[in-house]
Design a protein around this ligand. Sequence first.
Ligand SMILES: Cc1cc2nc3c(=O)[nH]c(=O)nc-3n(C[C@H](O)[C@H](O)[C@H](O)COP(=O)(O)OP(=O)(O)OC[C@H]3O[C@@H](n4cnc5c(N)ncnc54)[C@H](O)[C@@H]3O)c2cc1C
Length: 374
Amino acid sequence: MTGRTIIVGGGPAGAAAACLLARAGRPVLLIERDAGPQHKICGEFVSVEARAGLAALGIDIARLGASPVDAVRLIHGRDAARSRLPFRGFGLSRRAMDEALLRKAAQLGATVMRGTAVRGVTPTGGGLAIETAGLGRIDADTLFLATGKHELRGVRRAPGHEPDGLIGFKMHFALCPAQRTALEGHVEIVLYEDGYAGLQMVEAGAANLCLLVRRDRFARAGGRWEDFLAGLRRECPHLDRRLEGAVALLEKPLSIARSPYGFVHRPGAADPPGLFRLGDQVGVIQPFAGDGMAIALHSARLAAETHLAGRPALEFHRRVRRDIGGRIRLASLLYAAGRTGRGRAVLVRASRLWPCALRLTAAGTRLPRSAWEA
Ligand SMILES: Cc1cc2nc3c(=O)[nH]c(=O)nc-3n(C[C@H](O)[C@H](O)[C@H](O)COP(=O)(O)OP(=O)(O)OC[C@H]3O[C@@H](n4cnc5c(N)ncnc54)[C@H](O)[C@@H]3O)c2cc1C
């Protein structure tokens, strides 16, 4: 089987690229290993830039039931700061969002192959050989690599990035009515020893709790989600109140480990010429920034435009690094500042005294408007 442009991965980056190439009349094959809709680990905060990127593809997240978010609460122990966001964000499950994107890609004419995993990629003379589980080898001139955190043999990200030993968890809850009312319209970021949690409403009345914790702390809590969450609720009275009487909506939490937060791809002459890295393959921002999906959509758009214009992948990689590098570094610095108890207390107190600091932080970790509009 031969194919000229292949996209591997059907998350926001891969699916958006498929939409854009198909809309431009290019034949494109997207290969996604999950056979059907899946919950994915994510805070599920859709920033203004991500929403704009989705709208440009013809996806109206309000129609998918997304829950509006106008304010942020930063919480540490019994201390809390609240500020309006400088934009309206939304909460929408990745299951709903990714599905809408893949449906759109197929409607626009992309061939979407689900339930097939790619095992590895080998650069050949002028192109790339893609080895699949089930379809055999597919030769392509151009590969859009959009496998998120997952590395692919032959085209792994540069080694040496410190993953910081963080584990991520996500669970959906039905909150009791009073807590649901208190949460609506807000994204809440709870800081605690060795990690942080984000809580917000998504569609259909569900609340998403997504948190990060250092691996050693999780191990100290016995390595079980239930015990860890019980300990966290004792440490964080705010979270305890929110989860009082809540019912878990997923059979078990989703988890993720070894994500290289802070990674930005450094383009070089050794990169295979037909390889475009999208989304988390090109840069991984700390989750609290809530902008990973915007980066995924932005990189998809830039890659598609570069490819359609017949320009080299190196040009795309340099441009995307310029657009996202500073934001990713700032988010990593803020994460580092919150790693000590004193740092966390200062962050919340400063945000309470100057709510504009929280707004500036929210604005500072986003893709610059100029990049988005260019
Ligand atoms: C804990 C946590 C919370 C986050 N919270 C937010 C948030 O609130 N807001 C926000 O904007 N961002 C958030 N992010 C970041 C965001 O989730 C990512 O930046 C975004 O999902 C990247 O999109 P992607 O398309 O690059 O990768 P992904 O969404 O990971 O998609 C990759 C796709 O590739 C498929 N795939 C992988 N390997 C193969 C293979 N070998 N063959 C075929 N298919 C394959 C996978 O099944 C998947 O569908 C969070 C991240 C984490 C870890």
